[in-house]
Write a protein that binds this ligand. Sequence first.
Ligand code: ADP
Length: 183
Amino acid sequence: MKLLIMGPPGAGKGTQAKILSSKFNLIHLSTGDILRSEISKGSSTGIEAQSYMNAGNLVPDKVLLAMMETTLENFKENGLILDGFPRTIPQAEGLSAIFESLNQKIDYVINIYVNEDVLINRLVERAEKSGRADDTKEVIVNRQKVYQELTAPLIKFYNNEIINIDGDGSIKKVTSRIFNIIK
Ligand code: ADP
């Protein structure tokens, strides 16, 4: 099974992706985690990505597409949950092309939606614990703006296959909303 999970920063997609990956035995591919690990390794991808990430901007599409093409090829035999990719229309088009060449398809697209005020509050709270360089108030607000401009158009792109999940409420509640649909 190939699953795609989308939603604005703070919607809880990473949390739900982890739960889904253990329930359905899927490999959880979080581009945020992969990029952070490239940064800590000091690889060329990491070096290129770092300044964009720290400012809350998107890393260029060509970097993500090159990285994900290799990753998806390596994991072509596995069930996957993609968390954080695609994040732009060109990435979604690239993903379609990659899957086509691997003779694969996306089974479900989950979109977690939450109102922006709730999101900003959650992220400011998380910032106090995480120590992540992109968790300052200014960067948090920028990431919401970037989401609205570049990522939200994917909802239309995946219009036919999208499953909209209300992300307000406890982690458990959101999980059960997802499990009601994906069995
Ligand atoms: P969140 O889930 O809070 O949005 P992530 O850990 O998914 O955070 O991503 C952190 C940062 O990594 C993003 O703000 C962006 O700079 C970079 N990033 C992750 N995925 C992508 C992507 N598909 N395209 C471009 N940049 C990305």
